[in-house]
Design a protein around this ligand. Structure first.
Ligand code: K1U
Ligand code: ZN
Length: 171
């Protein structure tokens, strides 16, 4: 296993649309292992492959609390096949936008179809934080960041702050 660097706003790769996984081979299994290690190390409760620079439709999640055993979830080619009319608001964070949080309203329940690491087709109905995280990570696969769900004023402020920081660290 290896830690991979997490891309930080305004890295343009975060805006890429990720490619579906055609074959779950050794490269994909290694990517998943590295994503889990990187997610736990950050620490985070989710990670999309593009956040470590791999434009593949792969997501890892683990919503277990600190004192609970690890409970990793792996989603290959996840797709939302149903969303509720009911909405829920959560304060979201993103490992690619460190130390910035914002309230995002999304469908409260979703049904997601995906492949597991063995290539078996699965469906999961989610609510609460799991539904929010799945939507946040599937957004990443489509080049969408949670700040895109905020007002233009808030988004522009964050973008400006992170662009300045990136310029300073390149000097
Ligand atoms: O996609 C990411 O950048 C991961 C992100 C997932 C997420 C969090 C909250 C709402 C929606 C999606 C994070 O994991 S941010 C870090 C975080 O929330 C957290 C870290 C440690 C313990 C508990 C939460
Ligand atoms: Zn994120």
């Amino acid at each position: 296993m290896a830690l991979r660097d997490i891309l930080i706003l305004p890295d343009k790769r975060l805006r890429q649309v990720s490619e579906p996984v055609r074959k779950i081979d050794a490269g994909i299994r290694k990517l998943v292992e590295d994503m889990l290690e990187t997610m736990y190390d950050a620490p985070g409760i989710g990670l999309a492959a593009i956040q470590v620079g791999a434009p593949k439709r792969v997501v890892t999640l683990d919503l277990a609390k600190k004192e609970e055993p690890k409970s990793p979830l792996i989603f290959i080619n996840p797709e939302i096949v149903w969303s509720s009319q009911e909405k829920a608001t959560y304060e979201e964070g993103c490992l690619s936008i460190p130390e910035y949080y914002g309230d995002v309203e999304r469908p409260a329940q979703v049904k997601v179809k995906y492949l597991d690491l063995e290539g078996a087709a699965k469906e999961l109905e989610a609510n609460g934080l799991l539904a929010t995280c799945l939507q946040h990570e599937i957004d990443h696969l489509n080049g969408i960041l949670f700040i895109d769900h905020l007002s233009k004023l808030k988004r522009d402020r964050v973008l400006k702050k992170f662009t300045k920081a990136a310029k300073r660290s390149a000097e």
